[in-house]
Design a binder for this molecule. Sequence first.
Ligand code: F6R
Length: 613
Amino acid sequence: MCGIVGYVGPRNAVSVIIGGLKRLEYRGYDSAGIAVVRDGRLMRRRTAGKLRHLEDSLRVDPIEGVFGIGHTRWATHGRPSEENAHPHQDCTGRIVVVHNGIIENYLDLKRLLLERNHRIETQTDTEVIAHLVEEQYQGSLLESVRNTLPKLKGVYALALLHVGEPQRLIAARMGPPMVVGLGDHENFLASDIPALLPYTKDFIFLDDGELAEITPDSARLFDRHGHETTRTPQRIAWDPIQVEKGGYRHFMLKEIHEQPQAARDTLVGRIDLEAGDVNLEELGPAIEGLRTAERVVIVACGTSWHAALVGKFLLERLAKIPTETDYGSEFRYREPLVGPSTLAIAISQSGETADTLAAFREAKARGALPVAVCNVRGSMLTREAAGTLLTHAGPEIGVASTKAFTSQIIAMLLIALHAARLRGTLERNTLRALLAGLTRIPSLMDQTLGLDNRIDALSRTLAHAKDFLFIGRGIHYPIALEGALKLKEISYAHAEGYPAGEMKHGPIALIDESVPVVALCPAGRVFEKMVSNVQEVKARGGRVIALVTAGDSTLASVLDGTDDAIIEIPPSEELLSPLLFVVPQQLLAYHVALRAGRDVDQPRNLAKSVTVE
Ligand code: F6R
C-alpha cells in the first residue's frame, strides 16, 4: 500500500527520499509528501496526485535537509488531497509522522484529542499518532513513540522524526513491512527493499511489535518493552538495475520479458535430471510434510491465488494429495478443517499480503505445517514459515503481477514433483520427462514472447471492447482467470474468467459479436471439449481468440470469422503448458491497456502490496 522512505546521513536527504519513493511508487500513487530538517528548521512539502507533482513542486521551490521522511499514499481515510497527504505533524509542528496501514480506533482517539484541545487538520487516521506522541514527549522520541503504540489499534508501519532530535529517525511496525537499510555512516528506512537498492544490499526486517532507531552511525532495534534486540542483517542480492525500466516503456512489459530468466533462476540448482528428482533441501524439516501430509491447503490472494489453483491441480494429479485452496480473506471466516496432518502452503510475491498472512497464521494455529512460496527473502511470510521455497523472479515493480506468477507455478511444479517422488506416485520416467520439459520452459517462453508484435496488432481490434470472456479447462481454468484479471486490472475493461464447461450454465447469455472470447485450447486431454465450447461461441455469433498448440489445424476449420484469431503457442508437456499460455494473455492485457491510454504500471485504485485486510 503506501510507501515510506527515511534517511539520515551526509547526502541530500531530499534526493535520497524522492529517489526511494520513485522506486516505491507502485505501492501507492494518489498523493505524496516529504519532510526534512535543516538547521533545526522543518520543511514539509505535499501534493495530491502522482509523485511527479511533488517533484515538480520541489523543482520550482526546492527544499534541503540532512534527515527526513517521505511517503507515497494509497488513501484509506480521507480523500487523496494535499491536506491529507503525509507527513502529518503535531500541534507544535516539531513531531512528524508517515504511516502505512490503518488505525482502527482513530475516531475515539481523535475525539479524546479534540477534547484535550489538539488542533487536528486532516481527515486521516494517521494524524492522531503525531498528537499522541506529542502528549507523551519528554525529550525522547523513541520513548514517546513506544509509549504511544499501545494506544493504537490496527496495523501500521511508522516513521517519525522530531525537529529537536537531529539525525535520528524512529520506526515501528505492526503488520505492514518496514526495513532498515544499513549504510556506511548513513542509514535508511523503507517499506520495501527496491527503494534502497542503489545505496545498500544489507537489510534488517522489523518484526511486528518492534521499534527501530536510526542515526548515521547506528541502527538499534527494540522490543515493545524497550529492551534492545539484535538481528543479523540479511544480504539481498537483487541488482539495482533490476528496478530500472532498462529500455522498456513500462515495468510490466519488462517483467513479462524477464520471465525466461525468472524461470531459469527459479529452477537453477533444484533439478537433478540424472537422479530424476528435485532438490528442495532449503525447505528444511518442512520437507517431511511433503511425504506425510494427509492433505494440503493453499492460501493466497489475487494472481497468487491463481497459482494456488494450478498448484492444487498439480499436487492432486502428480502426488495424489487431496488439496484445497482458499482466498486468504475467506479462509479464517469459515472455521477451516485444518490440523497437524495438514500441510499449509501460502503463496505470495511480496510475503506481506495481510489476508494471506492472517490465513497462514490461522492454519498454523490449528496445527498445520506452514510452508511459504515467496519472492522476497526475509519478508514476514518467510519468517513465519517452517520452510520456504523462494521464487527467484527478482523485484516485481509493475502492479500487475507477471513474472512472479510464472515463477510461482514453477515452484508449485517443483513441490508437486518432489512430493510425487517421496510418495512414489509417479513413474521415474514420467518424472524425468517432466523435469526435462521444465528445463526447456525458459527457451520456450522466449519463443512465446516472439508473439509480441502479433498480439500488439490484434489489440488494435480489441481496444474498444467493453466485455471479455476468458475460458479454459483443467489446469488452464486458472490461467483463464489470470488472463481476465490481468486485462481488467490494467485496461479497466470488464473481463471474466470461466471454466469453459460452465459457460453454457449462464455466461453464454453474454455472447454476441461485441464480446471477444479468449479460449485456451492446448493439445491434451480436454482439447476436444474446448473445441466444442468454441463452437458453441461461434454458433451464437461470438468472436473467438483461440490460443492453441502450434501445429493444430482443428481450430482453423472452426474459426472462419474475419475477426477471429488463432495464436499458436510452442508445444510443451501438457502440465507445463500454462507457463506458456499465460504469456500471450499478459501481452494482450498490456497492449489493450496501452491502446486504451491506461497507466499500465500504476492502474487506478490498486497498489502492489496489499498490507491491510
Ligand atoms: C494482480 C496482483 C494481485 C496480487 C495479490 C497478492 O496482478 O498482482 O492480485 O497477486 O495482491 O499479492 P502477493 O502475491 O504479494 O501476496
